[in-house]
Design a protein around this ligand. Structure first.
Ligand code: 13P
Ligand code: ZN
Length: 270
């Protein structure tokens, strides 16, 4: 067996989580990550017959039965992951019954997966239905994105349009726009259902007064989406505080979309 700490999926996840902590997005235990792993690849590193323990949960994930995920632990700090990956991360397989996670590696201090497992697994189910190459669900608390949910309308069209108006890259990176949920109690099946539903139509879902979800075919895609929203939100918060005098117009956004051949939310422009 090869050393799992050398696996590409592991080194990439650890590097991303450390970066996110240093960006100031993931205070304390804020944020969580789940990555759908390739079973054959996992078998190079782990005896998948060896189930360390079973951890039940209270929603139906039979659509993911047999699938293996790398998942951050609940209450764990992103800043600590690189120093003790096995205590802060876990590798779980969804059992046939659909409401038990079989622990194959990690959570060595007796811990368990993130409290946001409903939003993660329900979002994996929803995204796999739209895109069989989907792999990653990433949740974080980026400062300016949250600030923007305090200062700006949460209407999805208005929120997206403002992000598009702040910098050229926004509409190019997320032409389908950003979904937005109002504040809800986190860690529940309800917010999981609502998030997964939103992520059918977009790869980004903002949680009012809380944070954001990004999904993708790999970590770079999910991270890059969130990073681009956060940059636009930062520009908005800085510029709005002194008064916005210029922004990219709807006509300019249309020209940009035509040049880049974007399949964008045309109804979000005036
Ligand atoms: P966990 O520590 O359970 O992952 O929760 C962190 C968080 O961001 C809740 O939304
Ligand atoms: Zn959170």
């Amino acid at each position: 067996m090869k050393n799992i700490l050398d696996a590409k999926f592991m080194t990439e996840a650890i590097r991303t989580l450390s970066n996110m902590y240093r960006l100031g997005w993931d205070e304390r235990n804020g944020g969580n990550l789940s990555v759908l792993l390739d079973t054959a690849e996992v078998e190079e590193y782990l005896d998948t017959e060896n189930v360390i323990r079973e951890i039940p949960f209270s929603f139906d994930a039979t659509a993911l039965a047999g699938k293996i995920f790398l998942v951050t632990g609940t209450g764990k700090y992103f800043k600590n992951v690189e120093y003790d990956p096995a205590a802060n991360l876990g590798i779980i397989r969804i059992k046939e019954c659909g409401n038990i996670a079989e622990l194959l590696w990690g959570y060595t201090d007796g811990g368990r997966f993130t409290s946001e497992l409903p939003a993660h697994l329900m979002s994996h189910i929803a995204r796999l239905e739209c895109d069989e190459s989907h792999r990653v669900v990433l949740h974080t608390h980026p400062t300016y994105t949250i600030a923007m949910t305090l200062a700006h309308s949460l209407d999805e069209r208005e929120f997206t349009r403002t992000l598009w108006q702040m910098q050229t890259e926004s509409i190019v990176v997320f032409p389908e726009g950003v979904a937005v949920l109002p504040w809800m109690v986190c860690g529940t099946n309800e917010i999981g259902v609502a998030t997964a539903e939103k992520l059918r139509g977009a790869r980004l879902c903002v949680w009012g007064e809380h944070g954001i979800y990004g999904v993708g075919r790999d970590l770079d895609e999910a991270f890059g989406l969130i990073e681009t929203v956060e940059k636009a939100a930062q520009l908005y918060m800085i510029a709005a505080s002194v008064g916005i005098k210029n922004k990219i117009t709807d006509d300019e956004l249309r020209r940009l979309a035509a040049t880049f051949g974007l399949d964008y939310r045309r109804d979000y422009l005036g």
